[in-house]
Design a protein around this ligand. Sequence first.
Ligand code: MG
Ligand code: FE
Ligand code: FE
Length: 168
Amino acid sequence: MGTKGIAIVDMDVKKLIGVLNKAFSDEWLAYYQYWIGAKVVKGPMKEAVIAELIQHSADELRHADMLAMRIIQLGGTPVTEPKEWYKLTNCGYDAPADPFVKAILAQNIKGEQCAIMTYKKLLNYTLNKDPVTYNVVLQILQDEVEHEEDLQAEMEDLQTLLKSAKGR
Ligand code: MG
Ligand code: FE
Ligand code: FE
């Protein structure tokens, strides 16, 4: 940890580390939800959806990495016990119990919408107080906004496909 780097943070650093560890837990759960979703998903447009899910899982793991680095810079320790992820998570974990592509897309859209709200709150929380964390959070938020749009576009295509199949 860098002492001056911590000294310029105009907020309760311990509390900030706690909040970052909650987001860190979200990212691991989101990573796994995408990763396992890509394995079990079934139905029309499967290939396109699998490609998106795999890409997003890699992004979520990268977000976990970014948060871990920032937590360490602040003198904290990223959550070391996976059991803690469930206790700390903001957005939870939705097991893909129904492997139908529409159900998996819906679950992940819900997850992204929660992530967007979580990171928006974190942006407000760090605004003018910790520019370094603010920047990390902003980068992650940009990805989550892209993720939501990607999944909603896939959902739209799927609905169109399902409708045209019915009308035939
Ligand atoms: Mg994408
Ligand atoms: Fe993420
Ligand atoms: Fe995401």
